[in-house]
Design a protein around this ligand. Structure first.
Ligand SMILES: CC(C)(COP(=O)(O)OP(=O)(O)OC[C@H]1O[C@@H](n2cnc3c(N)ncnc32)[C@H](O)[C@@H]1OP(=O)(O)O)[C@@H](O)C(=O)NCCC(=O)NCCS
Length: 351
């Protein structure tokens, strides 16, 4: 049986991922059809069954002018009967060795609470100088406000509900000055939905400005958002033939959350980004989404723009660490030298 099928069968024993697939087709796409190069699924067999897993996904990461072969590690799952026996530490360790021996100079991944210890044992460190925040926005704030008030009255999730209500009331009562013209006819670009990325997307990054970003060329973006077994909607801003930016969206499995997975605009232009986000919101709302979720680096113009559109960070727990493995020289360099990142939900396998 091939490893994508074994991995999907193993993964099916754990809670589902509410915002993406966990099928055999998904693993075959994610690991083996990768245009950068095929990754690998590492499985630990015990008593004739799969007990643990870890996955390596090659990426190109741009570190200012350099483009380095890198790897995201993920899918660390150990069946409950076998936990605490060092399986994850062993299998993720093998995955990291595999990545380094196959030429990957940088190994990264966003950990969760459960696998934090394993990552630390294996040489990952939190990239302290970046704040990768979860942001949210209700597409129907009045309805959400009444739901939250009902929850508070019933004594359900009181603290969390108050936190959201505080942000919502600010949004409902603050009249913000318009930052950019709302009327798209005033823009020098148009926004259209595209099925596939073309060569025009390649110069999109404009001036070199990030010390870490997942390199997005046409091949990568088509694989990531057009050939993905999950359905994504991609909007692109064009001025004539020039592509000035894009946003990639999807719906959660229950269709209630719209996820703004990825975005970038030429030289981080705000007018293009704001127009893309407004159009993305319309499409997601039209498709039934009640709210939007996304992740963004706080020290970025995108974050500032999202604040002007009423997005908020719901609380202290909504900062997500990003781990870089300090075993490689480039990993160490990135950890030790603060710089600007562009890092979105779509830059990990979480969505
Ligand atoms: C997170 C997870 C993969 C850890 O798997 P595991 O095989 O139990 O991991 P390990 O045995 O290597 O380490 C777990 C604990 O066992 C202990 N341990 C580690 N090596 C050990 C060894 N050789 N012998 C005995 N105990 C050991 C440690 O206390 C460790 O705890 P810590 O990581 O908090 O420090 C597993 O708990 C899991 O599948 N959780 C649910 C799924 C999940 O959330 N996965 C992450 C999503 S990508």
């Amino acid at each position: 049986m091939d490893k994508a099928r074994l991995m999907a069968m193993h993964r099916a024993q754990f809670p589902e991922n509410p915002i993406r697939s966990i099928s055999e087709e998904y693993y075959a796409w994610k690991v083996y059809n990768n245009p950068v190069m095929a990754g690998d699924i590492h499985l630990e067999m015990r008593d004739g069954r799969t007990a643990g897993s870890a996955v390596v996904m090659p990426r190109k990461v741009a570190n200012l002018d350099d483009i380095v072969l890198a790897a995201e590690t993920a899918d660390t799952f150990t069946v409950s009967e076998y936990r605490g026996q060092g399986i994850n530490t062993k299998i993720l360790g093998i995955a990291i060795d595999w990545a380094i021996s196959h030429g990957m100079h940088l190994v990264y991944g966003p950990p969760n609470k459960a696998n934090y210890g394993t990552h630390i044992r294996l040489g990952y460190k939190t990239c302290e100088y970046i704040n990768w925040a979860s942001l949210t926005k209700s597409l129907n704030p009045l309805r959400l406000a009444s739901k939250l008030i009902a929850k508070i009255i019933l004594g359900k999730q009181v603290q969390k509900s108050f936190r959201h209500l505080k942000h919502l009331s600010r949004r409902l009562t603050t009249r913000r000055p318009l930052q950019v013209p709302q009327n798209s006819s005033k823009h020098d670009f148009t926004i259209t939905q595209i099925d596939r990325f073309t060569n025009e997307v390649d110069p999109l990054w404009g001036k070199t400005r990030y010390s870490f970003f997942i390199y997005r060329d046409k091949e990568y973006l088509n694989w990531r958002y057009s050939d993905n077994p999950d359905k994504f909607i991609v909007l692109a801003a064009f001025k004539g033939k020039d592509c000035l930016g894009y946003s990639a969206l999807k719906l959660s499995n229950d269709k209630r959350t719209g996820i703004l997975c990825d975005f970038v605009t030429m030289d981080d232009r705000s007018d293009i980004f704001l127009a893309l986000v407004r159009e993305s919101e319309k499409i997601l709302k039209h498709n039934g989404a009640e709210h939007i979720a996304l992740r963004c680096i706080t020290d970025s113009s995108y974050y500032h723009d999202l604040m002007t559109l009423g997005y908020y960070n719901p609380g202290p727990k909504s900062y997500n660490p990003v781990f870089i493995n300090a075993r490689t020289e480039i990993g160490k360099r990135i950890l030790e030298n603060p710089g600007r990142w562009h890092f979105t939900y779509g830059d990990t396998d979480e969505v």
